[in-house]
Design a protein around this ligand. Structure first.
Ligand SMILES: Cc1cc2nc3c(=O)[nH]c(=O)nc-3n(C[C@H](O)[C@H](O)[C@H](O)COP(=O)(O)O)c2cc1C
Length: 226
């Protein structure tokens, strides 16, 4: 098979895999909801408090992004909101197998912590908070594993609010470009309402982040949730 044929076959195969999935929306720029109505933000709970789901993606229990999570949650709880924290690295989680048994709106065949513990909380969440160390300029595998599983309820998260908190060793101004681009693309596709980000440049260790302003920024962002 020459190179041109290979590309044809590969593209055709890829299209077949995605043909019934929401992922087709992501690839077909014509159907990306550029002009589609943006979902309204989910209404607040009856007690006026918000359901905040925090998903962390670091295997460091007392690491740098964990500190941002702690400070953010501290701020959120000062206003009495409900917080559910899911530390993906310490849970029994498995990647989406693309079996489509969920039909994009149902039970996942993987009866793990995402399905049992996280999904019920996510479905009723007002705010979804993604917290991750920067790994090769993207989010960690642990967090991405959780995100891919959103596929089982693909449009049930429309209109929710979201935030991104992240840390990295590098301090160059381009450090978070790819991750922010990914996050903003998610916000667009999921029709989320972005409430803000904390980008922890130059935070390769607990020592460095504790001497930075980023924990304070995370606290303030948490307090800003009204
Ligand atoms: C697998 C791996 C990949 C990483 N990739 C990057 C990277 O691309 N850019 C960067 O600045 N730091 C990178 N780092 C450093 C971490 O982002 C940094 O140490 C961060 O503070 C770790 O957060 P944590 O303590 O919450 O786990 C990487 C670390 C690991 C273990």
């Amino acid at each position: 098979m020459n190179r041109r044929d290979f590309i044809k076959v590969a593209v055709a195969g890829f299209g077949t895999v995605l043909s019934s999935g929401a992922a087709i929306n992501m690839l077909n720029t014509k159907s990306v909801p550029e002009t589609a109505p943006i979902a309204e933000a989910a209404p607040q709970a009856a007690d006026g408090k918000q359901n905040v789901v925090v998903i962390t993606g670091s295997p460091h229990k007392a690491g740098t992004s964990a500190l941002l999570a702690d400070k953010f949650i501290e701020g959120v709880q000062q206003n009495g909101h409900h917080v559910f924290r899911f530390n993906a690295a310490f849970e029994d989680i498995h990647p989406c197998r693309a079996c489509n048994a969920c039909n994009r709106n149902g039970k996942c065949i993987l009866n793990d912590a995402i399905e049992q513990k996280l999904m019920p909380e996510l479905l009723k969440a007002d705010i979804i908070v993604l917290i991750t160390p920067l790994y090769y300029y993207g989010m960690s595998t642990q967090l991405k594993t959780v995100l891919d599983r959103f596929y089982s309820h693909v449009r049930s998260f429309d209109g929710k609010k979201s935030l991104l908190l992240t840390t990295a060793y590098n301090s160059a101004n381009w450090t978070f470009e790819a991750l922010v681009e990914h996050y903003q693309t998610l916000v667009k596709y999921m029709q989320w309402h972005d409430l803000g980000m904390v980008l922890g440049y130059g935070c390769g260790s607990r020592y460095s982040i504790e001497r930075s302003d980023f924990p304070n920024q995370a606290l303030k962002l948490g307090q800003s949730i009204k």
